[in-house]
Design a protein. Sequence first.
Length: 95
Amino acid sequence: MFTIHFDINLQSLLGQRLSLLQLLASAAVIEAIEKTPEYKTLDVKIKWPNDIFIGKNFDKLAGILATSSICGNAAQINLGLSINCILYFRMCYFV
């Protein structure tokens, strides 16, 4: 699990579309998984807007949460990713 904090100018393209931030983060995680050679065979999907599932059984692999607060001309963003450790260990050690 990790959390990052950053500021986005509200006048920027992303600043004008903050509601898309969580979906963009989910898409970035999916892309990173799919570009990793060891994980290319995983059937990874996004369940709107913040859950990442794998396989035909739709096992939840991860969850993404974005929160924001406005301060002047900037949005202060906290973006967190949590991995389903039980599923991860089942995939790695009990396949």
